[in-house]
Design a protein around this ligand. Structure first.
Ligand SMILES: O=c1[nH]c(=O)c2[nH]c(=O)[nH]c2[nH]1
Length: 290
């Protein structure tokens, strides 16, 4: 029986870091979760335990904190690019680095006090390899709901089908979106802000015959308006709201009282890819599926 070492990577996952910058009595903060992951000539540690090429995950964590002090963190994409570039350029045996950052929102109360924002998270995953890099940004847990403008009917019925057809239902989901940038000179935050509003506005305004159709419309709106986006992937759980049967109580329920089920949920996932999208190269550097 023979075998060999397969693809591998290693790093520090979920480094929690809060930074404060002060401009007189007005303070600003960033609340980040940073994960680093390195690839390269790392056979020795796996095969013999020789660690001479292993940049310790503890060192990776320290680098995150030190970089935040040495230069303002700025936009998460730029911070991730600086970190990834550092690992690849500083260590000959490290050929690839992926830095993933989640940014957790806080709302300002006054100059130096904040309240935790929604559970929505802004994300980026930057991969550096040789002298190339890929930036995949997105968001997670963008929870949206509409009380009308959603139908679901025309699906096949067999002996296991009980779902009634509907021409008016609640549609709710928690959007995870990731989009791969192409080209250069992207203004990360303005691109993010515009993409986020397109997702929200399309969800709200597009009359829905299925969550699949809504997902595709949301992705298409982004790709149409943003030439810097090569591809967008969306993962959208169908947060079912079932009309409660009130007939046992002699009451009619005219789409007014719902049971908000938390599981199971339909999970609708899909992507929209620009026809002339830049090739992301090596499969390792493409997005994980959804
Ligand atoms: O928008 C929907 N898509 C489905 O595929 C599906 N399946 C289901 O039971 N309800 C729904 N709703």
């Amino acid at each position: 029986m023979s075998y060999s070492l397969g693809p591998n990577q290693y790093g520090k996952a979920e480094v929690r870091m809060v930074t404060v910058t002060r401009s007189g009595s007005t303070h600003s903060m960033q609340d980040l979760t940073v994960s680093t992951s390195l690839r390269g000539a790392l056979e020795a540690t796996h095969l013999t335990g020789d660690n001479s090429d292993v940049v310790a995950t503890d060192t990776q964590k320290n680098t995150v904190y030190a970089f935040a002090k040495e230069e303002p963190v700025g936009e998460i994409e730029d911070f991730a690019l600086r970190l990834g570039r550092h690992f690849v350029d500083s260590f000959g045996q490290i050929t690839g680095a992926r830095v993933m950052i989640d940014s957790h929102p806080w709302d300002r109360i006054n100059g130096h006090a904040f309240s935790r924002g929604s559970s929505e998270v802004r994300t980026t995953a930057v991969t550096v390899s040789g002298d190339r890099h890929w930036v995949v940004s997105g968001l997670r847990d963008l929870v949206v709901l509409k009380t009308t403008g959603s139908e679901f009917h025309g699906f096949p019925r067999d002996k296991y089908t009980t779902l009634p057809e509907t021409t008016d239902r609640i549609l709710a989901t928690a959007v995870t979106a990731r989009w791969r940038y192409q080209g250069s000179g992207v203004s990360w935050t303005s691109s993010f802000t515009s993409i986020r509003s397109l997702l929200v506005e399309t969800f709200a305004s597009k009359h829905s015959l299925s969550l699949q159709q809504t997902l595709h419309a949301m992705g298409a709106a982004v790709v149409e308006a943003h030439p810097e986006v090569a591809e967008i992937r969306l993962s959208m759980p169908n947060k079912h709201h079932f009309v409660v049967d009130l007939s046992p109580f002699g009451l009619e329920n005219d789409n007014e009282v719902f049971y908000a089920a938390d599981r199971p949920y339909g999970l609708i996932e899909g992507s929209v890819i620009r026809d002339d999208a830049e090739d992301p190269g090596d499969a390792w550097y493409t997005l994980p599926a959804f």
